[in-house]
Design a binder for this molecule. Structure first.
Ligand code: BGC
Length: 296
């Protein structure tokens, strides 16, 4: 199969502790199922956001990569996207700032012509026991994970409504994919701000999907479980912690960012044209109450 290539499809074993099995290489390349489409990925410098940006480019999209303040990392991602054959640019901005988001969307549209796909990926964790959680820790996490997804979705939807049908490149007038979490259904002690932000984003996504389906705008979420990224390094870096984590995952391994990226590409593509308001869990079964497999 022809198509753009991406070095990120198989990140190999480099830097991987020996107790982690590593990326599962897909048997087939993604193919250019997003050819001619324009995408914006928020928080695209590392982890899931970076893998999503690379997979979108491999599937034929041109990509604007948002970052908050890491110009070196974003330049590396933009180079990798260009090497894969995409038109790419970086857009700096804080997703929790209305002014920044308006600017990010207009910079992306100026450079790419419009946007067809928004991947609402930017997210943070600021963990604390509930009784100790400060209002700043609460507000920061809600600001990025929930308000950020709202502001970016609203700005993208305005662009989708303005450009209307783009039947020359895709079936829908626009697609939004929010990166959620298994913690949009699994309560998480010590992470109340995070779980509340993801639970909120889940019903926000469904309500936007319901309102905008008549306009051929599709809105969905991908909900990752434990994916090996910097955000949860404390859960996988050491063997004992990893073994404890894997007890929560029926599939028996931590996920890789590429596992999530492939689901995002599918949801963004015309293969998922009848899918809206859905949450696709990419978690090796983490949300299936694994404690019940031998109890209850
Ligand atoms: C969090 C990770 C965590 C995973 C499973 C994700 O949403 O960002 O830190 O490992 O959920 O608990």
């Amino acid at each position: 199969m022809n198509g753009r290539t991406s070095d990120a499809r198989d990140s190999g074993r480099e830097g991987l502790p020996s107790h982690i099995p590593g990326t599962v290489t897909p048997r087939e390349p993604l193919g250019e199922i997003l050819k001619g489409q324009k995408a914006l990925v928020t928080g695209g410098t590392s982890g899931i956001g970076r893998a999503v940006a690379l997979a979108l480019a491999e599937a034929g999209a041109d990509v604007a990569v948002n970052h908050l303040s890491d110009s070196e990392a974003v330049a590396e991602v933009v180079d990798a996207l260009e090497a894969a054959g995409a038109t790419a640019l970086s857009v700096q901005g804080d997703v929790s700032s209305e002014e920044d988001v308006e600017r990010m969307i207009s910079e992306s549209c100026d450079a790419l012509g419009t946007i067809d796909i928004l991947v609402n990926n930017a997210g943070i964790q600021k963990d604390a026991r509930f009784a100790d959680m400060t209002l700043d820790e609460w507000n920061d996490v809600i600001g990025v994970n929930l308000t950020g997804q709202f502001l970016c979705a609203r700005a993208a939807v305005r662009e989708f409504l303005a450009h209307g049908d783009r039947t020359e490149v895709c079936a829908a007038a626009g697609k939004i994919i929010g990166i959620s979490s298994v913690h949009d259904v699994i309560p998480w002690a010590g992470h109340v701000n995070y779980a509340a932000s993801k639970g909120g984003a889940q019903l926000m996504m469904k309500s936007i999907a319901q309102e905008l389906a008549p306009y051929r705008i599709r809105v969905n979420s991908v909900a990752p479980g434990a994916i090996r990224t910097p955000i949860n390094e404390q859960a996988w870096r050491d063997r004992d912690d990893y073994e404890e984590l894997v007890r929560l995952i029926p599939a028996g391994r931590i996920g890789e960012a590429e596992d999530v990226a492939r689901a995002v590409v599918w949801l963004a593509s015309d293969h998922a044209d009848y899918v809206t308001g859905a949450t696709l869990y990419v978690d090796g079964g983490m949300q299936l109450y694994p404690g019940f497999s031998e109890a209850g």
